[in-house]
Design a protein around this ligand. Sequence first.
Ligand code: PEP
Length: 247
Amino acid sequence: MVAGNWKMNTTLQEGIQLGTQIKNALQDKQPACEVVIATPFIHLSKMAELMQDSIVKISAENCADKTSGAYTGEVSAAMVRSTGAQYTILGHSERRAYYHEDYDILRQKVLLALENGLKVIFCIGEVKEEREAGRQNEVVKAQLEGSVFNLTAEQFANITLAYEPVWAIGTGLTATPAQAQEMHAYLRSLVAEQYGQNMAEDTTILYGGSCNAKNAAELFANPDVDGGLIGGASLKADDFMTIIMAR
Ligand code: PEP
């Protein structure tokens, strides 16, 4: 899978323009991967409509930890699903850091997303100080145990993992292909311990963090790197296309 994460970028009109460019560019291509675009909530319905006759699937970037009711400004998983979106990102480091989303909140969000028919791209990753202290494995393990390893195997089959070292997001610093491979192999071993070898092999594990048109092929060449979650470079149709075709 190659998934774009637009974050809080593009007006609705700009988003439709970018989506149209990507859709057109994909028309005569046969990518070897699933293509997902995660957009702000207000774009979802239009984008899902635009991509109806395309291979592109639409994702939200978040959803609420509550079902419905008096939670002003929140958007529920059912609302996201009703737009035609098929995925939501959850656990992005920006949401963990700026909106204080902890393990419990994320566990709730994951459950509600799945109950409402959404697939989840679940992000995990360590901050710079944790990497420097050699604690990256314990950090990602705790993130998985805290929010997704409670799921049944049937539920977990709808989870895509995205390893995003926080020190690499939007910084221009990328994990080396060797660092990415080492962590992805570790993540796969954790899934195997929890759900068995078949599930581990079937689980898509994306790399994210300053992945771009230049370094994507090298990162994706690793056996345990199944694609990428792309922030900045997904806002340029040409770069995003290059990354899709690198998978
Ligand atoms: C992200 O936010 O998921 C991400 C990977 O961002 P960037 O590619 O800009 O580092």
